[in-house]
Design a protein. Structure first.
Length: 316
């Protein structure tokens, strides 16, 4: 009997629970989690129709903005691209019309593509050039060694007011215009060794270093008093040129004079010193090379009395 009563009560409880309405889980906002239901600011009882209308409205408005934009009939406007900056040459001028790597050469290539430009230095070594290429205006050092340049024209270096060094070693230069270097206001070093030069042009007074060794200057390739006004000149190298004399006068600033392997046969007592002034001392000129010449230095001992060191050469 007791067992029957327990079964009946269990069936009744199960039926009652099954008849209870199923409600959705309520997610409480943290702001109202501890607030009693009666104190909430608004009621949670909504009319079924209002809920349906609101649901439709929400469904229409929650469409992602990117999809809404795709349905928009307004034309899309592109932001104008920022105008690219105009590339500048080594001299700061515009590259338009002359290439981004320097002026055009006669081969149709920009100089700084045909050669190598590092800062204001231009290297054109061993490129089989037959002429000086157009150089950027701010070029300071120019190297064009081991090429086939035959001639230096008047305007090859025109307007290069910053140019300090020119090195044209090992070309086949036989002719240089008289004004090719004279108008360069800052030129300090001129290297023309191992060419076929027969006549030196006018030289700017700013030069401190000259090397014209291994050329064909001979007895007439250096005009009289060619170095007289070069008051900054310190090094003068004229070896292997078949010279038959020492080019005079030499500037007081001169420190090194190399004349070896020429055809110099005699020297005067006032070549380096002053015959009538035995107190004169020429301290700067410490390096004189006359070896390889058919001259006996012991025959003119007074020619070296003012020097700090004797020249190197034949003393027998």
């Amino acid at each position: 009997m007791q067992t029957f009563i327990n079964i009946f009560l269990g069936f009744f409880i199960f039926k009652s629970v099954g008849a209870a309405p199923i409600t959705d889980t309520v997610i409480y906002d943290s702001e109202f989690y501890d607030t009693p239901l009666g104190e909430l600011p608004h009621s949670f009882a909504y009319d079924e129709k209002e809920q349906s209308d609101q649901l439709e409205t929400e469904i229409g408005t929650v469409l992602p903005s990117i999809i809404q934009e795709s349905y928009s009939s307004a034309p899309l406007t592109e932001e104008p691209e920022e105008e690219a900056s105009t590339p500048k040459l080594i001299d700061g001028s515009s590259a338009q019309g002359s290439g981004v790597l320097g002026p055009q050469t006669r081969d149709g290539l920009p100089t700084c593509l045909l050669c190598t430009c590092l800062g204001t230095t231009v290297y054109c070594d061993d490129h089989e050039l037959d002429a000086v290429p157009p150089l950027p205006k701010k070029t300071t050092y120019f190297y064009s060694r081991y090429n086939r340049i035959r001639k230096i024209n008047r305007n090859d270096f025109a307007g290069l007011n910053n140019l300090k060094r020119i090195d044209l070693t090992a070309n086949i230069i036989s002719e240089i215009h008289e004004d090719a270097f004279r108008r360069l206001p800052q030129l300090e070093e001129l290297v023309l060794r191992d060419n076929r030069i027969r006549q030196l042009p006018e030289l700017p007074p700013t030069l401190t270093f000259i090397d014209v060794s291994k050329n064909r200057l001979g007895r007439k390739g250096i005009r009289n008093e060619a170095f007289k006004d070069l008051h900054e000149l310190q090094h003068l190298y004229i070896t292997d040129n078949n010279l038959d004399h020492i080019p005079l006068p030499l500037p007081e600033s001169l420190q090194a004079l190399h004349l070896q392997n020429n055809n110099i046969q005699e020297m005067h007592e006032d070549t380096f010193c002053r015959m009538k002034d035995f107190t004169y001392v020429r301290r700067a000129l410490e390096d004189i090379r006359l070896d390889g010449n058919p001259i006996n230095l012991s025959q003119t001992p007074y020619a070296y009395m003012c020097l700090p060191r004797l020249p190197v050469g034949n003393l027998i």
